[in-house]
Design a protein around this ligand. Structure first.
Ligand code: OAD
Length: 259
């Protein structure tokens, strides 16, 4: 592992990006932190340091405390709606246009990759954009009306088709991730030239497997994280800085090489 603390990147890394035909990125809450959205585990703002994930991120917690959990998600979804993409998001979108094949699999439920201009993002932990019926599985868009609500026992959101309780369309602990997203991520990880891990602690299982595929497939592996993640030391490069600083600098280097 080579640790890089500023944007003076080694020539070897710049050339790898300039040559790359296929790039896979696995992103987490850290990339949206510079947009003002909290992470889950950081000491200063981690959601799970304030809210018990057993209550706020499990099906059982939701069933036992439905209004409490809904109101928590509504306030987080409002924060997402008010946030704006930051230079990390827009740099990834720009990078996607410089490389023939590019795929971002995000653990984030926000839509800041999309609003930053990136098409086709895979949401492996679901999305704030939708809600889902616990009974029939129908999905509905998260409406402004819902985000304006204060949920009580008497107005719990319900499915228009079957009357079942609606829940956030988010993968909670103990639930399975969407197979189509996982399959595409695995295929990209295994066959990419560069695998970037960006703004994630890599403490949730699943991400580790994708990095192993990338390594087995011979990709150059890069972790972008100011504090380091569980896998920084296993990557070829650890860019020890923020996504909003490192990603635009990488894109600038790629553009220089492409001239
Ligand atoms: P974490 O909160 O676990 O990790 C956030 C990471 O971002 C940390 O490693 C920080 O060091 C890093 N970071 C902070 N600021 C950064 C910046 N400006 N640029 C780059 N990195 C920065 O969040 P995730 O790894 O995304 O699941 O968490 C994974 C999953 O755990 C989430 O999707 C969520 C949670 O339970 C669900 O809610 C389903």
């Amino acid at each position: 592992m080579q640790k890089i603390t500023d944007t003076t990147f080694p020539g070897e890394l710049i050339r790898a990006f300039a040559r790359a035909k296929k790039i896979f990125c696995f992103t987490g809450a850290g990339i949206s932190k510079e947009s003002g959205l909290p992470t889950y585990r950081d000491l200063d703002d981690g959601t799970w340091r304030q809210y018990d994930p057993m209550t706020f991120a499990t099906y059982e917690g939701f069933m036992d405390n439905t209004p409490l959990v809904w109101n928590n998600y509504i306030s987080r979804f409002r924060q997402i709606a008010a946030a704006r993409p930051n230079p990390g998001h827009t740099a990834l979108a720009e990078m996607s246009r410089l490389v023939p094949q590019f795929y971002v699999c995000t653990q984030n439920v926000d839509d800041l990759h999309e609003r930053g201009g990136l098409a086709g993002t895979g949401h492996i932990h679901g999305s704030a954009a939708n809600v889902r019926c616990i009974k029939c599985g129908r999905r509905y868009p998260t409406t402004e009306e819902l985000l304006a609500e204060e949920i009580t026992e008497s107005n719990i959101p319900r499915c228009k088709a079957c009357g079942g309780v609606l829940r956030p369309d988010i993968v909670w602990f103990g639930e399975t991730v969407p197979v189509d997203v996982l399959e595409k991520a695995a295929e990209f990880a295994y066959t990419c030239d560069i695998c970037m891990i960006i703004g994630t602690s890599m403490e949730v299982s699943g991400g580790y497997g994708l990095l192993s595929y990338a390594k087995a497939g011979g990709a150059v592996t890069v972790d972008i994280n100011p504090n380091g993640s569980a896998v920084s030391r296993q990557c070829d490069y650890w860019l020890q800085g923020s996504a909003g600083n490192m990603l635009p600098a990488l894109v600038e280097e790629m553009k220089k090489q492409n001239k």
